[in-house]
Design a protein around this ligand. Structure first.
Ligand code: DCB
Length: 341
């Protein structure tokens, strides 16, 4: 008799264990499903006045990381790490910086294959992904306009009607290049070409003065829908004065997107500036402005998120964060990420 009771007790305990772990399992699956569904649920992003919204018109704020130049720092951009950044950091977007010069696409057109590889990973992970035509020392986007046209034509045809893919057509025009006479006419050629292939795609347009003079763009905006204007800042130098330009632009009802910012000085180095970064993040969160941090790389400079990367199979990026990386991880994680919408 005693033996039977003990046996029954053991069976009950076993059944409870199975049931209980099953419940845990399904909670876990549900949580993961939420994250896995990001782009399927939100679809093509749309611009409504100054707001970025999902396909149903709910506002959405993207937060994520930018690569460094993929001609130099691409080892760390793989499925495992992007999945980790999505699931553990809560990023919902990744930016691919395709430099034109400095050993970039103009010299190495096969970098396009790398871009495609990363886009495909992002699509598999249900993340938004930005294809950034990273002009910099070529300060005028018209310098390599023909190459830009071919590139964007090809990519937007390949990813025709895929909502994950966002196009950033000129990173940072600079050195006296003007919005009215250089950048706007360039955009007026590139945008129709992308939209002809993929009519709902969101497009980010760089602005004059290293993508800072969004006030000038706001005074003479593009005549297309679903356009966001890039504003870039580095907390080591940029402050209230630049935030005022953003508010000016928002008051003119154009949409601003921080497609690149860093905790450092504008050269990517020079220490991390946490206090000013906090000012910026509060400002952006209050206005639901999307942001992308520079950079997901292990370059020895303050803005890089990784301190060291050794490319081992079992490498864990969280064990190798720089001070910038530690900071960025907390600010992506702790604020509303809108992944739920
Ligand atoms: C931007 C660029 C980006 C650059 C970062 C940080 O440049 F879009 O490519 O990244 O901001 O400077 C840096 C890397 C460095 C690298 C350098 C050249 O972090 O490792 O050596 O690119 O490839 C800005 C942004 C703002 C300003 C100036 C620059 N500004 N800039 O306000 O004056 O000189 O590159």
């Amino acid at each position: 008799m005693k033996k039977e009771i003990i046996l029954i007790c053991i069976i009950i305990v076993l059944i409870s264990i199975i049931l209980f772990t099953g419940v845990i399992d399904s909670i876990y699956l549900n949580f993961n499903k939420e994250n896995n569904n990001l782009v399927s649920k939100n679809g093509f992003l749309k611009v409504e006045g100054k707001d970025l919204t999902n396909k149903r018109g709910d506002t959405i704020q993207l937060k994520g990381l930018s690569s460094h130049g993929i001609q130099w720092y691409s080892d760390m951009i793989n499925y495992k790490n992007l999945k980790h950044l999505r699931d553990e950091w809560g990023i919902n977007v990744f930016r691919i910086a395709l430099y034109t010069l400095e050993g970039g696409y103009i010299y190495k057109p096969n970098l396009k294959e790398k871009v495609i590889e990363i886009i495909d990973i992002a699509i598999e992970l249900n993340l938004y992904v930005i294809v950034d035509w990273h002009i910099l020392s070529d300060n005028n986007p018209n310098l390599y306009k023909e190459q830009a046209k071919d590139f964007f034509n090809e990519i937007s045809l390949k990813y025709k009607n895929i909502p994950n893919v966002i196009y950033e057509i000129c990173n940072e025009p600079n050195s006296g290049v003007s919005w009215d006479y250089d950048i706007k006419p360039y955009a007026e050629e590139i945008i129709p070409l992308i939209r002809n292939n993929s009519k709902k795609s969101l497009i980010i347009v760089g602005t004059q003065n290293w993508s800072q003079d969004v006030d000038i763009a706001a005074d003479n905006p593009l005549d297309f829908n679903n356009i966001v204007y890039a504003c870039h800042f580095y907390s080591g130098d940029h402050d209230e004065e630049l935030r005022k330009k953003i508010d000016y632009a928002l008051n003119k009802n154009i949409s601003i997107f921080i497609s690149e910012w860093g905790v450092s000085k504008p050269d990517g180095d020079g220490g991390i500036h946490i206090e000013e970064s906090n000012e910026w993040i509060n400002f952006l969160d209050e206005r639901n402005i999307s942001w992308i941090n520079w950079s997901f790389s292990d370059k020895k400079e303050s803005s890089a998120i990784l301190s060291y990367y050794n490319n081992l199979e079992h490498y864990n990026i969280d064990d190798n964060l720089s001070p910038a990386g530690e900071y960025i991880k907390t600010i992506i994680n702790t604020k509303k990420t809108n992944n739920k919408k």
